[in-house]
Design a binder for this molecule. Structure first.
Ligand code: SAH
Length: 214
């Protein structure tokens, strides 16, 4: 077996052993190579199950957490998805394999530009990128079947709750940024919202306004 094949096998094994068992999610994660989403010094660690630093002081999430969040979203092939926190673009690329259309927003213009270039090079044409404060969602495209937030807020932002379809699911970390946060799944019903706590996680905070680079 080549070194590359061994690395890929270990990557998928780590995902499964941490509870990523949905075959569609595993197939998407096998197809989308995490390598191109990490630049420079840390790129050789792309296939390890750990979060890594990216530009603008942000992090690319741990692959098993990406897998568990994606699995919790229970995506269908016709779904329109909103992601808040593009970061490297890795999570959005995984979502693009499982949904019809993905809108992804980050407050750092540089991250959005770099992610867009990778999406273009991989011909992932169903992803739309935007630089904005994602706490307000994307009213123009609402409502969404699914919403994924990859930065921690103290509470689920009201505009995002409002932009979820009835029957829709939102997955997000909530809690103070310097303590342990909870990953929660919010399901919208005709007459309200249900909240499930999935596990503890640690994400960078959801920050108001645009990043200094625009
Ligand atoms: N999903 C990413 C990891 C995200 S890290 C990946 O796959 O690599 C969290 C990201 O959320 C950071 O890039 C940060 O800039 C962004 N972020 C924080 N607050 C935000 C806000 N209010 N609006 C949009 N993006 C935000």
């Amino acid at each position: 077996m080549t070194a590359e094949a061994t690395q890929k096998m270990q990557f998928l094994y780590a995902l499964r052993s941490k509870g990523v068992t949905n075959s569609r999610v595993l197939t998407a994660m096998e197809k989308i190579d995490r390598g191109p989403f990490i630049r420079g010094y840390f790129s050789e660690r792309a296939y390890e199950d750990m979060p890594l630093p990216i530009a603008c002081g942000q992090t690319i999430s741990q692959p098993s957490v990406v897998g568990l969040m994606t699995q919790a979203l229970d995506l269908g092939p016709r779904d329109k998805v909103l992601e808040i926190g593009t970061g490297s673009g890795y999570q959005a690329a995984i979502l693009s394999q499982l949904a019809r259309r993905v809108y992804t927003i980050d407050r750092h213009r540089r991250l959005v530009q770099e992610a867009r270039a990778i999406f273009e090079s991989l011909a992932l044409s169903n992803i739309t990128t935007l630089t904005a404060d994602g706490s307000f969602g994307l009213p123009d495209q609402a409502p969404f079947d699914r919403i994924l937030v990859t930065a921690a807020a103290e509470d689920p932002p009201g505009p995002l709750l409002a932009q979820l379809k009835i029957g829709g699911i939102m997955v997000l970390p909530v809690g103070q940024s310097d303590t342990v946060q909870s990953l929660i799944r919010v399901t919208r019903h005709e007459d309200g919202y249900d909240y499930d706590e999935l596990r503890s996680v640690r994400f960078v905070p959801l920050v108001e306004g645009l990043g200094k680079d625009g």
